[in-house]
Ligand binder design. Structure first.
Ligand SMILES: Cc1cc2nc3c(=O)[nH]c(=O)nc-3n(C[C@H](O)[C@H](O)[C@H](O)COP(=O)(O)OP(=O)(O)OC[C@H]3O[C@@H](n4cnc5c(N)ncnc54)[C@H](O)[C@@H]3O)c2cc1C
Ligand code: SF4
Ligand code: SF4
Length: 1001
């Protein structure tokens, strides 16, 4: 809806291929309710970037990955340092707070504030220059770490700190939080790599901070100067001269401490006669200055690695072993996985195998990684470790040397987390004391006491992650919707802070202070150093306008919680689907925890989630954006109902329902299912337009098209026909409609005389469901399926009494229609399944409809479940029952590039296709691709064509980069999109057709 007080797409700063720039696009990423129109006008006059003060944008930036929510004043997407300076100067004059923000992946609430948010990720994310000889690089603050490392890889270099969320977090955020990751034993924190920064100070002055000698610092210092920088230098010089002892006295002796300001580093540097003010900004959480560009030093990428997994009968035994391992073996990482995570992982289909590899009796494991010059060196280090530790506290070990084996063990380390974070209850594993650190010699005692604190507070947590540097992660289960839960949270923090002080540790060893931990800094450092923090803050930011309240301010950990005792939720409609497994619709609507995993790009993150974000780099187009907006609409934070036409068009409609989030999101947020509910409720309330009704019946229209073929195919080719279609029903003129076949797949099957494998000879019996695409548009795929199945000795019938699966109606939110079809099909198929027939489909999205969506529509009734359990995609079926063993293949001399369907990926069934193609003798390159962007009818819709195409481009690039001779894709829509990729690319075949070719069928 490009009707708000927002610049039209063509007035916004250039962004390559912004899908919203298509004049037909009916979205602009923003909503109504523009706050502070005067402020907006003034800012727009001053900058080239974007100014968004509409209600959607403000709510989109109200959360990060923490338990907090604060609606900002507005959002600015600056395009340059000059923009940042202009905004800060303007805000300083009017005492308006400002908050710099990167990926918004902070876990303590330091990326949300009542401020003007500066989001650096949209227009200020470039790598500016690399000097490989000097091992340095300069980049803008919004550069994403993983993307940066991709660009540095050809030089054999990397930005070394590796926070786990590095595929969506930025250099500015890494400096803001002084981030580090699993390999901090080797690399330390971000501050060690910051050489200099271009910084916008609190009054809008642009300066560069880097190394200065103490003499120069003192020479430039003037506490009474007009010039803000001179006053900053004066305060820093004062701290160096007068506070060194106080700082040394209270700072813990830890590699991992990011609480408070980085004064210990400042004092340590000063001992050598100079200090680096850019490094003082590290860990300042946007409260001292705003980084616009940074020059960082780089590290070589290690030649190779080796991993050992030491297994322990008990968490505390493992904790007690860490100090010796670190001291005697020089590992790059030591990561803990406790019994809570192992138990959770053991119960999942995905991780059961990996957990099954562990020796019995394993209650905790320590993953120890070594960097090595070559394989022999890696093996030697692992052997030394095992010689030393196994038989002492560790009772056994696994080792991994090649890349795949190592990846398996790292996967195990991360395996339980998604389950921990997918609790749909009001009580959640939230972050508030999740990254405390203590010296490793105290780790076992500290963890034991921590467990007692949790017991005293009637809750529990898992203990995992960075044991090597003493920084364990724990997220106690707490319900902040209840006053008791809020008290519990504060009481745990208070007691844990006492423990941390007692054991010489820090309240934050990794994620920073923010809203969760700022209040504990006073206890950690004492009143005097707390006062030094405040003086430093005042020197940098006299009016406390930069991210106010954090680090040494007055934020209270129990205020501004996302879910608090006053929180209310009202969906505004009665859900039409079954949400029993999700603890109700509300359970799913509140599930996103904000980690930003849906903001990772295809090249760095892989998987499917989230294609629309990847196409447009807009927060509103990420799963997180949608989940936040939906929850906020339903909890009253957004002054709009989720069924309002604008909300549906701008927020929900652009979700292409690929189910990528259901698979790739660690909390398994199922936005496609949420979207179906909202669109259904919208139809109920407002009715549906002609095109929506047409597309919801496209399966039935295919039957008409097929009956009228070839006339129906010619009609579309008449001059002006496509333009007319766009004008009348909104079908994009660039798209050719699918070809209809006069002889449908069912006609063909009947004409050839039904099954060719007799009941007596059959190894299995298949009811081959004639989905609409296969039946009317792609009968060749159905024929190939029959031939291959029969070659494998399977008796194939086509069930006569079924109707179309209802997928188009379901995707468009016509849930009564899709339920009706589901009921008819289940009634028809359940007796056949009872009779030993298995249901197989050629079109993946239709297969998944029966396997999964029917359960949402019908509830988990016996019949629906039985049908779901016995339904397969054709390639899944061939692979699962090893049916290709019985087929004689011709060993084709051809390689294939395989693009799987996103719905099959979501249901974790996609790997079967590559296995079958491989068995048929093809060399297969299975792409780690996302959604093709067609998403059923989405790509045909004129207003969505540009978005569909932008998503498609990501896939096209992958296809271009693959050296397969031919592309194959099981999804009919994917084949259309791939066929449209340039003027003459042929529409690729379904992989079953290649399998049939190889079988000579
Ligand atoms: C699943 C998960 C795993 C994580 N794992 C790790 C980990 O292993 N190690 C780790 O250290 N952290 C980790 N984090 C926390 C977080 O991801 C990191 O601290 C990350 O580096 C923050 O980057 P960001 O771009 O998201 O910053 P944001 O969250 O956007 O901002 C972080 C802070 O920096 C400030 N800031 C942002 N940009 C600027 C700028 N240009 N100038 C000045 N200040 C700025 C912000 O105001 C804010 O206070 C994790 C988070 C999640 C959700
Ligand atoms: S949708 Fe999932 S991946 Fe995205 S922020 Fe929420 S929890 Fe993280
Ligand atoms: S269903 Fe697909 S498009 Fe929609 S939010 Fe999930 S990943 Fe993104």
């Amino acid at each position: 809806m490009a009707t708000h007080d927002t610049p039209a797409a063509d007035e916004r700063p250039d962004r390559d291929d912004d899908p919203a720039a298509d004049p037909r696009a009916d979205y602009d990423y923003v909503g109504g309710g523009v706050a502070d129109a005067e402020l907006v006008g003034d800012l727009r006059d001053r900058i080239d970037g974007e100014v968004r003060f509409d209600s959607y944008s403000r709510q989109l930036y109200a959360t990060d990955a923490s338990a907090y929510e604060v609606t900002p004043i507005g959002v600015v997407l600056p395009a340059s340092t000059a923009d940042v300076a202009a905004v800060v100067e303007y805000c300083a004059d009017r005492e308006i707070p400002v908050l710099p923000r990167g990926g918004g992946t902070s876990l303590a609430g330091q990326a949300v504030n009542e401020a003007v948010v500066l989001d650096f990720t949209t227009h200020m994310g470039e790598l500016v220059e690399v000097d490989p000889d000097d091992r340095r690089a300069r980049m803008q603050a919004g550069a994403v770490l993983a993307e940066l490392n991709d660009e540095l890889a050809p030089h054999g270099l990397k930005f070394a700190p590796d926070p786990a969320a590095g595929n969506r977090s930025t250099v500015g955020g890494a400096i803001g939080n002084n981030s580090t990751g699993a390999h901090s034993l080797k690399y330390g924190k971000t501050d060690a790599y910051v050489e200099s920064c271009e910084v916008v100070l609190a009054d809008g002055t642009v300066t560069t901070f880097g190394e200065v000698s103490l003499d120069e610092l003192r020479a430039r210092a003037d506490p009474a100067a007009e010039d803000l920088q001179a006053r900053i230098y004066a305060e820093v010089a004062r701290i160096v001269d007068e506070e060194a002892e106080a700082v040394r006295d209270v700072y813990p002796q830890l590699k991992r401490n990011v609480s408070g300001y980085n004064l210990d580093r400042l004092i340590a540097e000063a001992e050598d006669g100079s200090v680096n003010l850019a490094r003082l900004l590290a860990g300042s959480e946007g409260t001292l200055g705003i980084v616009t560009e940074a020059t960082v030093s780089l590290e070589p990428v290690p030649e190779t690695k080796a991993v050992a997994l030491l297994t322990y009968p008990d968490l505390l035994d493992a904790m007690a072993d860490v100090d010796d391992i670190v001291r005697d073996h020089d590992p790059a990482a030591v990561e803990a996985i406790d019994d809570v995570l192992l138990d959770l992982a053991r119960d999942t289909e995905e991780f059961a195998d990996v957990v099954g590899m562990l020796p019995s009796g394993t209650e905790t494991a320590l993953l120890v990684e070594f960097y090595a010059e070559d394989d022999a060196h890696g093996r030697e280090q692992v052997a030394d470790l095992l010689d030393d530790r196994v038989g002492d506290r560790a009772f056994d070990a696994l080792e991994a040397h090649d890349a795949d084996e190592r990846a398996q063990l790292w996967k195990l380390r991360k395996s339980g987390m998604p389950i921990l974070l997918s609790r749909t209850s009001d009580a959640k594993h939230i972050s508030f004391i999740e990254d405390t650190a203590v010296p490793t010699e105290n780790l076992a005692d500290y963890v034991a006491e921590f467990q007692r604190v949790l017991e005293d507070n009637d809750t529990f947590a898992s203990f995992y992650a960075h044991a090597g540097p003493g920084c364990m992660h724990m997220r106690p289960l707490v319900d902040t919707k209840s006053p008791a839960g809020v008290n519990q949270m504060e009481s745990i923090s208070d007691a844990v802070t006492d423990l941390v002080v007692e054991y010489g540790g820090s309240v934050s060893g990794e994620h920073g202070d923010g809203r969760a931990r700022t209040q504990w800094n006073r206890k950690l450092y004492g009143d005097h150093v707390w006062g030094v923090f405040r003086d430093l803050k005042t020197a940098f930011d006299p009016d406390w306008l930069l991210n106010p309240g954090q680090v040494c301010g007055d934020v209270d950990m129990t205020e501004n919680l996302r879910f608090d005792p006053d929180y209310e939720f009202e969906a505004g409609f009665d859900p039409a689907l079954d949400w029993a497994n999700e603890n109700g619709f509300q359970g799913m609507a509140e599930l996103c925890h904000g980690c930003g995993g849906c903001r990772g790009e295809q090249e760095t993150t892989g998987g499917v989630m989230c294609p629309t974000y990847r196409a447009a780099d807009e927060e509103s187009l990420s799963t997180r954006g949608r989940a936040n907006m939906l929850r906020q609409a339903m909890s009253g934070d957004l002054d709009q109902d989720s069924t309002d036409t604008e909300f549906v068009a701008e927020v929900m409609d652009l979700c292409i329902g690929c189910k990528g989030c259901k698979r790739d999101c660690p909390s398994e947020v199922d936005m496609a299912k949420l979207k179906a509910e909202v669109e259904h409720a919208h139809h109920e309330e407002h009715g549906a337009d002609l095109r929506e009704r047409l597309f919801s019946e496209v399966d039935r229209l295919n039957a008409v098209g097929s009956a009228l073929a070839p006339l129906s195919n010619w009609a579309e080719k008449l001059p002006g026909a496509r333009t007319l279609l766009e004008k009348t029903v909104g079908i994009a003129r660039e798209r050719e409609l699918p070809t209809f076949h006069r002889e449908s797949f069912v006609d063909w099957f009947e004409a050839r005389g039904g099954p060719r494998v007799s009941a007596a000879d059959a190894v299995r019996k298949v009811a081959l469901f004639p989905d609409a695409y296969t039946n009317y548009n792609h009968p060749e795929a159905g024929k190939a399926a029959v031939r291959v199945l029969e070659a494998a000795g399977v008796r194939v019938r086509i069930p006569a009494d079924v109707t179309s699966t209802g997928r188009p109606a379901h995707s468009k939110g016509f849930l009564d229609k899709s339920r009706e079809r589901a009921a008819q099909n289940v009634d028809a198929l359940a007796p056949k399944v009872e009779d030993g027939w298995e249901v197989v489909l050629v079109e993946p999205s239709d297969a998944v409809m029966l396997q999964s969506d029917y359960l949402d529509l019908l509830g988990e009734t016996t019949d629906a479940e039985r049908v779901a359990r016995n339904t397969y995609g054709v390639l899944e079926y061939l692979d699962r029952f090893d049916l290709t063993d019985a087929v004689a293949f011709d060993a084709p001399d051809e390689s294939v590039t395989y693009h799987g369907h996103c719905h099959q990926k979501a249901t974790k069934k996609d790997h079967h296709a590559a296995a079958v193609l491989d068995a048929a003798g093809y060399e297969v390159d299975p792409l780690d691709s996302g959604c093709c962007g067609m998403a059923g009818s989405f790509g045909y819709e004129a207003e969505h064509y540009s978005m569909s195409r932008a998503i498609g481009e990501i896939l096209f690039e992958q296809v271009e980069a693959s050296d397969g001779d031919v592309v194959v894709a099981p999804g009919a829509s994917c084949r259309t999109q791939l066929g449209d990729r340039d003027g003459d690319a042929p529409e690729p075949p379904h992989p079953i057709e290649k399998v049939a070719d190889a079988a000579g069928r």
